[in-house]
Write a protein that binds this ligand. Structure first.
Ligand SMILES: Cc1cc2nc3c(=O)[nH]c(=O)nc-3n(C[C@H](O)[C@H](O)[C@H](O)COP(=O)(O)OP(=O)(O)OC[C@H]3O[C@@H](n4cnc5c(N)ncnc54)[C@H](O)[C@@H]3O)c2cc1C
Length: 485
């Protein structure tokens, strides 16, 4: 069987390995000159930067691929568990370390914020229950097959519906566990992991902190790019052929059966096609002649990001790999995002891979990936917004870290919603496909297969189960199962 994969994003790469392990002839067509899509890196003078994702959770999905391929992962990919997941900073000078070890984190919260440990324990336990009740069904299976809905786990989840907090917001759930605004803000932040608003996203999403705080946050040796590189190399070893600078123009079908793909004028025959590109563009460019699933494509997009990649001529002792500088008014920050604007006091995320990979920046220097959440592109004046945001971010960092950043930045690159869209063909520059800002969002993502064309499948962040590296990898697994069930 011949399988074509459109896009070498993380889900496309994972699909390539899975298909090759089935013994198929697999070819991947990628518009860019490199694999990984959003999960790639670049060099700026003497600084290396991971371009997109910076947080690695659920490494077992990478391990699964090596196991499937019958290879020992260790010579090819290694990672470590972070002892401190994130450093949180507030304007009043509060600095809180989120330790991976629960007791230690509880002690830190007690010491810094004077909060008893019960709330933390209870919220993480609740997250775990939510995951155990729904994860295996709603994240690991297709929601568009009757078989899934007949599974006994669905009945179990439905019987415990109130515990899933589908009908209250994530913020309301966190208010139930904490009465300290800083803890609520810290836990609300996890809504941004799929580009959503904690004041609107369903409380079911409060399972996200469970992944990070109970299973762990990890750092891949040589940085995030090592995830996509190691899977790319694994795919090649399994015989997958990659075609870079190869933009697919059309998915060809005849009488509801897949025939192949078209690149420029060339038609290439395939038995199956797995499309890893953004579902909006897939319908608007590659499936132009087909009826579009309008309701699905119209869903609200997730947030985007504005990133300043800065080469910094200093080492900051009080910063670590992941650092958050919180805004004073979180609710307003999200309201502004929803109306297409950026707060003048945005929450700033600083990622410094140099803290774990010495080779990523010169001695006594650091590679800062400095990011704020911004709305998806709806035609804003981005040049002006970027200028204003840069000024506000530098002022906030100077204030909170007691420094003078303008003197320390020696090189800079910028990524904004327009360039995210241009580089990875993500509709409106959304990072995670659609947002999860309503309780039906999980059911409104596109299926992992085409109901109109037999032999066509979809994976990646814009389809079920959603964006982020672990879910993208899961989509590849679902496609594999759908093809072989
Ligand atoms: C700034 C940023 C920060 C993020 N942070 C995190 C994080 O910390 N942790 C996390 O888990 N996730 C994070 N994410 C989300 C994560 O990166 C994505 O969900 C995931 O990488 C998407 O993978 P994908 O498989 O959907 O493919 P994508 O990475 O979207 O790649 C799709 C590929 O398809 C190619 N393509 C498109 N059209 C065609 C065509 N017609 N022909 C051929 N090829 C085509 C594109 O060139 C691209 O390479 C972040 C994303 C960004 C941008």
């Amino acid at each position: 069987m011949k399988v074509a994969i459109i896009g070498a994003g993380i889900a496309g790469l994972a699909s390539a390995v899975r298909m090759a392990c089935r013994g198929y002839e697999v070819e991947v067509y990628e518009a860019n000159a490199y694999p990984g899509g959003k999960l790639s890196d670049f060099q700026l003078n003497e600084y290396r930067f991971d371009a997109g994702p910076s947080l690695f959770t659920m490494p077992q999905y990478v391990e699964d691929l090596f196991e499937l391929a019958g290879e020992d992962i260790h010579p090819h990919f290694s990672y470590l568990k972070l002892p401190v997941i994130c450093h949180y900073f507030w304007e009043d000078g509060t600095h809180l370390k989120a330790f991976a070890e629960e007791e230690q984190f509880a002690n830190e919260i007690q010491e810094v914020l004077n909060i008893a440990p019960e709330g933390l324990k209870a919220v993480l336990k609740n997250g775990q229950q939510k995951y155990e009740l729904t994860g295996r069904i709603f994240l690991e299976k297709s929601l568009h097959k009757l078989k899934t809905w007949l599974h006994k786990d669905v009945i179990k989840a439905l019987l415990r519906l109130p515990r899933l907090h589908l009908f209250r917001s994530m913020n309301k759930v966190h208010e139930k566990y904490f009465d300290h605004p800083k803890m609520i803000q810290l836990f609300n932040r996890f809504a941004t992991y799929n580009g959503s608003n904690p004041y609107k996203a369903p409380g079911l999403l409060s399972m996200i902190p469970y992944f990070e705080h109970k299973i762990g946050a990890f750092y891949p040796q040589k940085g995030m790019n090592a995830i996509s590189q190691s899977i790319y190399e694994l795919a090649k070893r399994k015989g997958v052929k990659f075609h870079f600078n190869s933009k697919v123009d059309e998915i060809i079908s005849h009488k509801r059966r897949l025939k192949g793909i078209r690149i420029n004028e060339e038609i290439l025959d395939y038995d199956k096609v797995i499309c890893n590109m953004d579902i909006f563009y897939a319908y608007h460019h590659l499936l132009k002649k087909h009826k579009k699933p309008k309701r699905i494509l119209r869903q609200q997009k997730s947030t985007s990001a504005l990133i300043f990649y800065w080469g910094i001529k200093k080492s900051f002792e009080n910063l670590n790999l992941h650092n958050i500088l919180f805004s004073e008014n979180y609710k307003e920050e999200f309201s502004l995002l929803e109306s297409g604007q950026i707060s003048s006091d945005p929450t700033i995320y600083i990622n410094i891979s140099k803290k774990y990979s010495q080779e990523d920046a010169p001695d006594n220097c650091e590679n800062w990936f400095t990011m704020i959440n911004v709305p998806f592109d709806s035609g804003q004046n981005w040049d002006q917004l970027i200028q204003e945001a840069r000024m506000n971010m530098i002022a906030k960092i100077n204030r909170m870290l007691n420094t003078n950043l303008n003197e320390l930045i020696e090189c800079e690159a910028i990524l904004d919603p327009r360039t995210i869209e241009r580089k990875t063909f993500s509709h409106l520059g959304a990072l995670y496909g659609t947002s999860s800002n309503n309780k039906m969002a999980a059911f409104m993502r596109h299926a992992n297969f085409s109901k109109k064309i037999k032999g066509l499948y979809f994976c990646g962040g814009s389809v079920h189960p959603g964006g982020g590296i672990p879910l993208c990898m899961m989509s590849a697994k679902i496609v594999d199962e759908l093809m072989h069930s």
